[in-house]
Design a protein around this ligand. Structure first.
Ligand code: ASP
Length: 280
């Protein structure tokens, strides 16, 4: 049983050591909660639950505390994938909900498994997800002051390997911040989140770079074809270099190798397999 999570990127220039400490503590606590849950649940249920905890923490750019798009609205995207069924599901640019990852989880049971915008919101309401405003005062202040940040920070993700050897990956984001309304992030696509019986990967970083590189699906495919997860990350990240792609990933392979990899300093992450590891 293993679990790894990420909380997006951390920028020394725009955040202080207090924020760093707060993120270390939050990730450490949540990864242990996720691991406890994994003891009695499948990888799929665990990644959805763990990402919902990250969404509820306003330190991260997913669910509560998400970045605001250029028209002043928050639109959330989240997805998950299960190695057992090889099913992918997600919501793209959904508004006024608390936990987009739980709506994505619900959609796994449907024939139509990726919904966007109003259709996604209507589906969420039909399945008991109440109206919820994820804008926090601090995100609103960022927006009001037009503190446009070029770096992406704070998307969340989780990959877990359960007792039955099943893998799952989940990712959730509030997007880049100040983007053109309805811009589609990588996070609810197979570029940003992918799992099969060989490996699971969750990405963060610049969605356009991750999508151009088909990053999560590509790393998992390489592991499927015989690479170790470390080698697969190394090769796939080398392919980001020609266009200075900005990305970070966390992943686990079926043989239990846990990895994290980033193109720029630096992604925040934590893992637990009985012992805790956390970014420094
Ligand atoms: N990948 C996300 C996006 O481009 C942002 C992030 O990971 O921070 O929407």
């Amino acid at each position: 049983m293993k679990i790894i999570i990420h909380g997006g990127f951390f920028s020394e220039s725009s955040t202080n050591s207090e924020t760093k400490k707060a993120k270390q503590e939050a990730l450490s606590k949540i990864v242990i909660q996720g691991y406890e849950y994994l003891k009695t649940h499948a990888a799929l249920e665990t990644v959805a639950y763990t990402v919902s905890l990250l969404e509820d923490n306003e330190l991260f750019n997913a669910g509560l505390g998400s970045q605001i798009q250029s028209d002043g609205k928050v639109r959330l995207s989240a997805s998950l994938m299960d190695s057992k069924t090889e099913r992918f599901s997600g919501v793209i640019n959904i508004e006024d909900v608390k936990n987009p990852i739980l709506i994505a989880e619900q959609l796994l049971l449907e024939e139509d498994r990726v919904l966007s915008g109003e259709g996604a919101q209507k589906y969420a309401r039909q399945h008991g997800h109440q109206s919820y405003n994820p804008i926090t005062p601090s995100r609103q202040a960022d927006f009001d002051e037009k503190l446009k940040q070029q770096e992406n920070k704070g998307t969340v993700g989780c990959v877990a390997l359960d007792n039955d050897g099943k893998l799952a990956a989940a990712t959730s984001t509030g997007g880049k911040g100040f983007e053109i309304p309805c811009r589609v992030s990588d996070s609810a696509t197979v570029a940003g989140n992918y799992a099969n019986k060989y490996a699971g990967i969750s990405c963060t970083g610049v969605g356009e770079d991750i999508t151009s590189a088909a990053l999560a699906a590509k790393i998992v495919t390489r592991v499927t074809d015989g690479f170790t997860i470390e080698e697969a990350c190394k090769k796939s990240f080398s392919e980001l270099k020609p266009f200075d792609g900005f990305a970070g990933v966390v992943g686990i392979s079926a043989n239990g190798d846990v990895c994290h990899y980033d193109s720029h300093p630096y992604m925040v992450w934590a893992s637990f397999d009985g012992s805790l590891q956390v970014f420094n």
